[in-house]
Design a protein around this ligand. Structure first.
Ligand SMILES: [Fe+2]
Ligand SMILES: [Fe+2]
Length: 288
């Protein structure tokens, strides 16, 4: 099979979401409510609260260190106010994916939440509006990798082998699947109707020039990815810290001194994240 045929086949499989969890029905209901201006936050909270499992997952994520709220988020209505309806919707949609990430590859999970935390700090610095949305994009940036692991197992094995031989993981993905994880992830996010800001920044996180409207967001994910790698929370496929595109520092108007300061803010948050991950791991071990 030639590579463009393979690429078509991969996309076809993604459309059917084989092997991946389907969206819970509550998401459909939430979509309708969010669009209806007469619906209040309180009513939305009531709908979410009816589902105990979703409520627990949502509060657990809202309290994780990547959003870095100083006080505990203890009610759904609080989460809606602090995070915004859109972020809450995305967290509900993707909570089953997070569980898969955690089960399949703890390293990738730690990498993802580390990147999310760093994205939050950088987007606050850059004074972007709704930094928690950029944090959520950071959380999802390597979603395509999870999909490869779960739905393209055999191909993923081949990608691992190539990477072990020293081939760049992104090149390896392209040569085996016809597309890389940033394209797979953003393709799925488009199918799920997530906001363009998230889709474009995830799609361009290894190639910032690809971003048209949301270049700052893409630059933030790119830089966070490099920083978190350098801090020792790397992806499984890549042993070395990925190269930093120097344009990113210009886009974000950051100096090396600024990066040092950012690392100081990031450090305690990473420590909390480690704690959160371990807690989650214990919980999941008890469940199984
Ligand atoms: Fe990536
Ligand atoms: Fe990454």
């Amino acid at each position: 099979m030639d590579i463009s045929e393979k690429r078509r086949e991969v996309k076809k499989k993604l459309r059917k979401l084989e092997g991946l969890p389907t969206l819970p029905p509550i998401v459909q209901k939430l979509n309708e409510m969010i669009e209806d201006e007469r619906v209040s936050l309180h009513e939305i909270a009531e709908v979410i609260e009816k589902d105990q499992v979703i409520t627990t997952k949502l509060l657990r994520l809202a309290n994780s260190a990547f959003y870095g709220f100083p006080k505990k988020v203890s009610t759904v209505q609080n989460a809606l106010m602090l995070l915004g309806v859109n972020v809450v919707k995305i967290l509900i949609m993707t909570s089953s994916i997070f569980e898969i990430i955690h089960k399949e590859d703890v390293g990738l999970w730690e990498h993802s939440i580390g990147v999310a935390a760093c994205c939050k700090i950088l987007s606050e610095r850059a004074e972007l509006k709704e930094p928690q949305e950029v944090a959520t994009a950071g959380l999802l940036h390597d979603l395509g990798r999870v999909v490869e692991m779960v739905s393209f197992k055999e191909d993923y094995e081949k990608i691992i082998l190539l990477s072990q031989k020293g081939i760049d993981p992104i090149q390896a993905e392209k040569s085996i699947l016809g597309l890389d994880h940033s394209e797979i992830g953003s393709f799925l996010m488009r199918l799920w109707n997530l906001p363009d800001r998230l889709i474009e920044s995830v799609s361009a996180h290894h190639d910032v020039e690809k971003a048209k409207k949301f270049r700052k967001e893409a630059a933030i994910i790119h830089l966070s990815d490099v920083i978190i790698h350098a801090r020792g929370y790397g992806e499984t496929l890549r042993k070395k810290v990925p190269p930093l595109n120097p344009r990113v520092l210009k886009i974000l108007k950051l100096s090396t001194e600024d990066i040092k300061n950012i690392l100081l803010v990031l450090e305690p948050r990473l420590y909390e994240l480690k704690f959160f991950t371990e807690e989650l791991r214990r919980e999941m071990e008890q469940e199984t």
